[in-house]
Design a protein around this ligand. Structure first.
Ligand code: DGY
Length: 433
């Protein structure tokens, strides 16, 4: 890429962040997602940090200002009214002062906070605000490791597909059969007003998403009981790897800021999680799989959830196998990393998390691969990501066979990831905890 092309792409990416900026938080895209989303925001903060560090911290601070008393950080904060999204606050009815949803999302904040802080131009000036954030992130980790792992198995479960961030992944098809779709209040979807219905989850899936929401609402959003009361309890290697990595990074950050207790607690969580993750390895697939906590069986679904595991400091041989697997998958599609293996008959190139490639996933996977010393595979992913942008613009996700842009456009976290990819990223060995 020439310096001019580099500057042009960086300029376009920064412009998208500015356009979607609502002052103290950012919308993922206009229309389809008009509020603040949890992991979107944290990853977006990385993008802001490239040109406005103060704004980056504010993005995360705004999200954490809406942390629940039990430590959960909700997946959506409804800062303002907007009829264009469903399900809105009147459906969730979580009773929070500023309305929020009642479930969470991948805990990437520990990772992003450390990455932004280590690049900080004035660490001393930012130390106090970062320390305050570290305490809140620690409370979120504590929440996940108790409310979502009530028996202390070392791995946390998601209780709603939306918690994984990979809403309609093939991983959930089987466990979702236990969630009824009947008896819910009539509703009208709004997502299909903004995006091609063929790129979005089906009505049957929405019925079940809503059933779970109403079920949790009937139990007053009491996280002390929701895990055991949910017919959907799945251990996602991607969700867990992100949490484990965030625990490791939060520990390092806490050490630097003199918060020894927080550092110790998070190192212990990461260590326990890494040991437990082994349970999810599938020799047959050469990657990790989801575990259905209700049946205690692995789910036969080779998705990107099992590849995101490389974002945590998994054993070297596992990381090597994941690198090899990605190169194998790369032979079956033009752009990596597809959210599901194209060799599987259930793969669907354009439907959200059932096949399309996402830049945020590419970033997490390539960061983990680089840290494990697999620079060539990481570089393949980075190059593919930038080609997708050149070809299709800053879309929500892309058809990995053709590169066609799908879902929403002018997408905030896609732009943030472009700024990261242009930077080259920092490959840093993930020392075993
Ligand atoms: C949506 O509305 O599609 C979101 O992914 C759920 O958070």
């Amino acid at each position: 890429m020439t310096p001019n092309e580099h500057a042009r792409l960086a300029g376009q990416a920064s412009q998208i962040l500015r356009e979607n900026d609502r002052g103290a938080y950012t919308v993922p895209t206009k229309g389809l997602y008009p509020f603040q989303w949890n992991w979107d925001s944290c990853l977006t903060a990385l993008g802001f940090a490239a040109f406005d560090e103060d704004r980056a911290w504010r993005e995360m601070e705004t999200l954490f200002a809406h942390q629940w008393p039990d430590g959960m950080v909700p997946h959506i904060v409804f800062h303002q009214e907007d009829e264009g999204y469903f399900p809105g606050p009147d459906v969730w009815r979580t009773g929070r002062p500023v309305p929020t949803s009642g479930i969470t999302q991948p805990a990437v904040a520990g990772f992003t906070a450390r990455r932004i802080y280590e690049r900080s131009k004035d660490k001393a000036a930012n130390a106090a605000r970062v320390r305050a954030l570290v305490e809140k992130i620690d409370r979120w980790h504590a929440f996940l490791c108790s409310a979502r792992d009530p028996r202390g198995e070392g791995l946390v479960a998601i209780i709603h597909p939306w918690e994984s961030g990979r809403d309609n992944a093939i991983d959930w098809d089987e466990p979702f059969q236990r969630v009824p779709g009947e008896g819910i209040a009539p509703y009208r979807r709004r997502d299909v007003d903004h995006a091609d219905p063929a790129h979005r989850p089906t009505k049957e899936q929405y019925d079940r998403y809503l059933w779970l929401l109403e079920h949790f609402r009937r139990h007053d959003w009491n996280n002390g009981v929701l895990h055991d009361l949910s017919p959907f309890r799945v251990v996602d290697p991607g969700f867990n790897a992100i949490l484990i990595r965030s625990c490791t990074d939060l520990a390092a950050l806490a050490d630097e800021l003199g918060a020894a207790d927080i550092a110790r607690a998070n190192r212990a969580r990461a260590e326990k999680g890494l040991a437990a993750l082994e349970r999810l390895w599938s020799e047959r697939h050469g990657q990790y799989l989801c575990l259905d906590r209700t049946t205690d069986g692995l789910i036969d679904s080779p998705s990107v959830g099992g590849l995101i595991a490389v974002f945590a400091a998994i054993p070297e041989a596992r990381a090597g196998a994941i690198g090899a697997r990605i190169m194998e998958i790369a032979k079956r599609c033009r752009y990596v990393v597809p959210s599901h293996d194209p060799a599987d008959s259930r793969f669907d190139a354009k439907r959200y998390w059932r096949g399309p490639a996402w830049l945020i996933v590419n970033y997490l996977v390539s960061d983990g691969l680089a840290a494990a010393g697999m620079d060539a595979v990481a570089e393949t992913i980075r190059a593919s990501s930038l080609q997708l942008i050149e070809k299709g613009g800053f879309a929500e996700y892309y058809d990995p066979l053709t590169g066609e842009p799908c879902g929403g456009g002018q997408f905030t976290w896609t732009a943030a990831m472009v700024l990261e990819f242009l930077r080259g990223g920092e490959a840093r060995a993930l020392a075993p905890v």
